[in-house]
Design a protein around this ligand. Structure first.
Ligand code: PLP
Length: 439
């Protein structure tokens, strides 16, 4: 809200120290969101600083055009292929870019490219979900299902179809079980495909767990059934793992947690622990072959960025993945996550909290004016924003998402003692916000 920002000014963060950051006045905050769900190794990992310095002194820049690549690209690709969650992606290729938005934009373009090349020029619409967040380029914002990203921008672009978010707490009918809710979502997907014609739908994009839309964890049975429908209609599945990739959910990828078999997979953020911008789009072997044939007949593959596979970003990604392996960071997530999840569940009894939920080191408290009926607060009251301000005054940075949902996504290296600090500060913020609401 730019007018509010003009009045209040920004919080200026000048230094990092593990999972904490420090502002210009020396105040210390536990970063409960790892920035934007991304600084997995915290804010002072010297091994990453050393790797950056080494790479900048060795080869600060080279490109990936016209048959050339900077050295660290080949090493990183080999490592990413080891990490890739499925046989189809392990046998495929990766396309590098600089942000999750750009990589999703690339996926959007490839849905068009591949179907044109395969002689199915009508099969290009892409199904995306309400509350999905896929970034801010014209295509990525179009795929996102958050109204503020479209309003006044003349988005979404044509050809984007929308289905409901698998948010049982908010979207279930009175008394509807999770199983019945999933039945209804699958019927909705099938009806959309039947109405539009499967021959017009080329792709489906989704986050395994929706992040910015509210930390929405799909009910059991959702993913296998969605995937079966996509497969039946030859609709390409793009898994957006920009938040969930590299351990956030307690396994390497959301694909591992939910047994997803995507045709493309987007990663960014924790790929480099966010120390430098980098993203990658994994593309299955089958899609790669189509693209390679087409580039041979066109004469070039007409896509790529000046900074695709930037050597500094590659070096940071490589060192980040090495640290994940050597420090068993994902094992650490599995060990400490239950403490965060138990603490959040404890808040489910709080009079302001409608639902507490989470998985691995991601979580949310969905606030409610009346938890018994799940009634939300009037958005204009700004209850979630008030809670975030209270937390910040106590030295905790968390984020409010639409619908007064308080999100938690701390650095993956957070200790149990630091989780306790996060929970204690959250408890203070909840109680102060309750007093403010009642006052
Ligand atoms: N996809 C998901 C799931 C995201 O959460 C985000 C950013 O938060 C993006 C894509 C966009 O990434 P970026 O901000 O790097 O463009």
């Amino acid at each position: 809200q730019l007018r509010a920002l003009e009045q209040d000014g920004p919080l200026v963060i000048v230094k990092g120290d593990g999972v904490h950051v420090i502002d210009e006045h020396g105040r210390r905050y536990l970063e409960g969101m790892a920035g934007l769900w991304c600084a997995s190794l915290g804010f002072s990992e010297s091994r990453l600083a050393d790797a950056a310095s080494h790479q900048l002194r060795t080869l600060p820049y080279y490109h990936t055009f016209s048959g050339k690549v900077p050295g660290p690209v080949t090493e990183l690709v080999a490592k990413l292929m080891q990490w890739a969650p499925t046989p189809a992606l392990k046998a495929g290729r990766v396309l590098f870019a600089n942000s999750g938005s750009e990589s999703n934009d690339t996926a959007f373009k490839l849905v068009h490219y591949v179907h044109n090349v395969r002689g199915q020029p009508r099969k290009k619409k892409i199904i995306a979900r309400q509350k999905g967040y896929h970034g801010v380029t014209a295509a990525a914002a179009s795929l996102s299902g958050l109204p503020a990203m479209h309003q006044h921008f003349d988005l979404p672009l044509p050809g984007v179809l929308r289905v409901s978010a698998p948010h049982h707490y908010a979207n279930a009918l009175p008394g509807e079980s999770e199983a019945a809710f999933v039945d209804r979502l699958i019927a909705e997907l099938q009806a959309l495909i039947a109405a539009e014609g499967a021959d017009t739908i080329g792709g489906f994009i989704a986050e395994p767990v929706q992040g910015a839309g509210g930390v929405i964890i799909p009910p059991p049975g959702y993913w296998p059934r969605v995937q079966a429908v996509l497969k039946q209609h030859h609709i390409l599945f793009i898994a957006d793992e920009v938040i969930t990739g590299f351990g956030r959910l307690g396994q390497r990828f959301g694909c591992d947690v939910f047994d997803l078999q995507p045709d493309m997979m987007t990663v960014a953020k924790m790929l480099t622990s966010a120390y430098v911008p980098m993203s990658a789009l994994f593309v299955s072997e089958a899609l790669y072959q189509t693209v390679a044939d087409a580039s041979a007949s066109v004469g070039t593959f007409g896509h790529g960025y000046t900074y695709s596979g930037h050597p500094l970003a590659c070096a940071m990604a490589l060192e980040t993945l090495n640290i994940y392996e050597s420090d068993d960071v994902i094992g650490h997530v599995q060990r400490v996550a239950p403490r965060l999840q138990a603490g959040l569940q404890h808040f489910a009894q709080h009079p302001l909290v409608g639902q507490a939920r989470g998985l691995g080191l991601i979580g949310a408290l969905e606030l409610s004016a009346d938890p018994a009926t799940r009634k939300p607060f009037e958005p204009a009251r700004g209850v979630g924003a008030h809670l975030v301000r209270c937390a910040q005054a106590h030295g905790l940075i968390v984020r409010v998402l639409g619908g007064d949902i308080i999100a938690f996504s701390p650095p993956l290296i957070i200790s149990e003692a630091e989780i306790d600090e996060l929970l204690a500060k959250t408890a203070l913020a909840l109680d102060e916000t309750l007093a403010w609401v009642r006052g």
